[in-house]
Structure formats: C-alpha cells, structure tokens
Design a protein around this ligand. Structure first.
Ligand code: TTP
Ligand code: MG
Length: 367
C-alpha cells in the first residue's frame, strides 16, 4: 500500500513577509510588482488570506489588485500592504522547510518553492501517516513560524487535491476506500490539467463536479478528448501511478519574446532582455532552484536568421543581475558590426539558463 503526503505552504511569499514584518500581522498583504498607485505593470505573486477576501489572487495584474484594495478601503475595510518580492527570504525559508520534511519519508520530491511530496508508505497505515503529517506541521510552525496544509492519500494526485481541500493550516487524510466519495463533490477544476477550455467543453455536457464526470463512460471521454480523455477518466477516480521522485526535473528555464515591430533600438532591446531575465530567475526560484551556471541567448533577425550564444560560468550564478550581465555580454555584439555587419533589425530575443542546482540541503544542520 502506498501512502503519500503533499505539503503546501499557505500563502507562502505573503506569510514570510508577515513573519518578517510584525506590523503586517492581521492586515491584507499582496506580494508582487510595484503597483505604482494603480498604474504599475506586472502581476500579483500571491496574496495572504486577508487580501484574498478582496478578490485578489496570484497572477492577477497588479493594477487590478490595487483597484480591488482601494474599493475595499473605501468600504471602510483594512488598507492593503503591497510589497515587492524578496526571493532570498523565500528561498531561505523554503530550504529550511524542505530540510525538515525530506528526512521524514522513504522518498522526497520538491515540486515547487513551497510544496513537496513525501512517500511515507513504510509508516504502514494512514493513522500513522496522519501522526507524521501533524508532526511536520508542528515542526514547520515551531521552527519557521509558518503554516502548511497537508494532504495524505494513496497517490500524489489524491494527496495534492487533499492538501488544497482545507487551507490554510489544514490536514486532510483520504484513505483508499474514501477516494471516490472525497472527489465526487469537488469542482472538476480540482483535477490537474483542467483549464477554462476543458471546463467549458465539459459544462456543455452538464459536467461540473468530479462526481458528474464519474457518470460519463471512458469511451465517451476518449471520443471527446482523445488519449487525454482516458487520463481524465482515471484522474476522476483518483487513479495515478506517478512515483515520488525528482527525475522529471526541468533541465533549463527560459523565456523569449517576439517584438511587436522588428527593431535595432539598443535601449529597448536591453530593457526587454532585462525583463526576460528577471522572469527567468523568478521561474527558476519558483521551481525551487537556487543557481544556474550556463546562460544561452537567442537572437532572431527580421529575415528569420537565428543565432544562439552560450556561456558557462565556473561559479554558480544566482540573481537576475548576474543573468543580465551574462546575457548582455553575448547580446551586445548583435547590436553592432561585430555580429551584425548589415545592421539587420531584430525580431525576437530569448534567454535560457541551464546547469541548475538547488540550494544545498541543510538537513544535517536542522536535525
Ligand atoms: P502557491 O502554493 O500556488 O500559492 P500560495 O502558497 O501563495 O497560497 P496557497 O495558500 O493557496 O498555497 O504558490 C507558492 C508561491 O509561489 C506563492 O506564495 C508565490 C509564488 N507564485 C507566483 O509567484 N506566481 C503565481 O502565479 C503563483 C500561483 C505562485
Ligand atoms: Mg502554497
């Protein structure tokens, strides 16, 4: 029998900010781009639960979050605190949390900066797994002054859905014979890979909950969605064999952008490169990586001729500034005669980092 835990920190970036800034406590907090009084660009990274009451969510434009906060304030509710991300603080907390969790199971997989799976099959029973989950929550609370929500299930799929079931500070245990009953009332969006498109498609067939999905035959789902329909049928029943392991890890993280108009305006191109690099480093950190050594840039000209350059540093690089410095060195020659003698306009640039590494585990120091 397999027993899997999924641990997911509550409002992670915002919770770390609250911990570091006692004056934030009990106030709505939004971590994200600078709102610049409502005209800021960029998005919300996360909002604490007080700010979510105003409708503020991850990935929402920061300008919209600002308006929602202003509306709330005008209604006489608490003013919202906006902070820009301090990735180092989140990584430090993440590292220490992972070091608490990793040694407690048979296998461990960090799934993002704030979530992890642990295979605890050797605990032998769901009752013992629950005790372990309680211990993990307590250790995180006592050592980090942060809360986590944990799901316990017979596989990763059910454990993940269970960790999301009661948030914040939740613990939900779903035993094998309770899986169907647990899933049935949930909205189909709780299943991985169901986006707005599939949701609309299924709503046309009267399917809103996972229970509704149970009433549709495997054949009909395969006819409607192909091979993925079969996965949907299995997921709706909480079936998944996915092992807890770090094998499927990304080997690189990259971003690219096609400009609205082909250009050779250096200040514009450099600014875009800086933003792309910042986005790459953000994603890198969100995936739980701390460093990279290789930087690859791509330049595509108006005539679609495409060049790539790469450089591997001997020492690990960590920040958006490091990445910008490296990419700049390789990009500049494409803006002048060195790599671009005919001064062709540029259509697209991209930047990617490779040779990724997680921060070193501190398990031995924590315990
Ligand atoms: P999540 O675990 O998805 O969100 P959360 O921890 O803030 O809230 P919840 O209590 O619902 O788990 O993501 C973890 C962190 O990753 C989050 O604190 C900030 C970051 N993040 C982004 O930067 N952008 C995003 O769109 C999302 C979803 C998360
Ligand atoms: Mg979380």
């Amino acid at each position: 029998m397999r027993i899997i835990l999924h641990i997911d920190m509550d409002a992670f970036f915002a919770a770390v900010e609250e911990r570091e800034n006692p004056q934030f406590s009990h106030k709505p907090v939004v971590v994200g781009a600078d709102p610049q009084g409502g005209s800021g660009r960029g998005v919300v990274s996360t909002a604490n639960y007080a700010a979510r009451r105003y409708g503020i969510r991850s990935a929402m434009p920061i300008s919209r979050a600002w308006r929602l906060a202003e509306d709330a304030r005008r209604r006489g509710e608490l003013a919202t605190i906006f902070v820009t991300p301090n990735f180092h603080a989140y990584e430090d907390a993440s590292e220490r949390i992972m070091a608490i969790i990793a040694p407690l199971g048979d296998r461990f997989e960090q799934a993002s900066i704030d979530e992890a799976y642990v295979d605890v099959s050797s605990a032998g029973s769901f009752a013992k797994a629950r005790v372990l989950a309680e211990r993990i929550k307590r250790a995180i609370r006592e050592n980090e002054r942060l809360t986590a929500s944990i799901g316990v299930g017979p596989n990763k799929l059910v454990a993940k859905i269970a960790s999301d079931f009661k948030k914040p500070d939740g613990l939900t245990v779903v035993e094998p014979d309770g899986v169907l009953e647990f899933l049935a009332p949930l909205a189909i969006r709780a299943l991985p890979g169901i986006g707005p498109k599939t949701e609309t498609e299924l709503a046309k067939r009267g399917v809103r909950t996972i229970g509704d999905l149970h009433n549709i035959s495997r054949t009909v789902l395969v006819e409607a969605f192909g091979k993925w329909g079969d996965g949907l049928w299995r997921h709706a029943r909480g079936q998944s064999e996915d092992p807890v392991s770090n094998d499927g890890e990304p080997k690189s993280v990259g971003e690219q952008e096609t400009f609205e108009r082909d250009t050779l305006a250096a200040s514009f191109i450099l600014e875009r490169m800086r933003d792309l690099g910042a986005a790459v480093v953000r994603r890198l950190h969100n995936e739980g990586f701390a460093t990279f050594r290789t930087v690859v840039i791509t330049v595509r000209f108006a005539d679609f001729a495409t060049a790539t350059r790469s450089h591997t540093s001997r020492t690990p690089l960590t920040s958006a500034d490091d990445l910008y410095a490296e990419s700049l060195r390789m990009l500049l020659p494409f803006l002048d005669a060195r790599e671009n003698p005919r001064r062709k306009a540029i259509r697209l640039i991209g930047v990617r980092v490779e040779k990724l590494a997680r921060a070193q585990s501190r398990a031995d120091r924590v315990y």
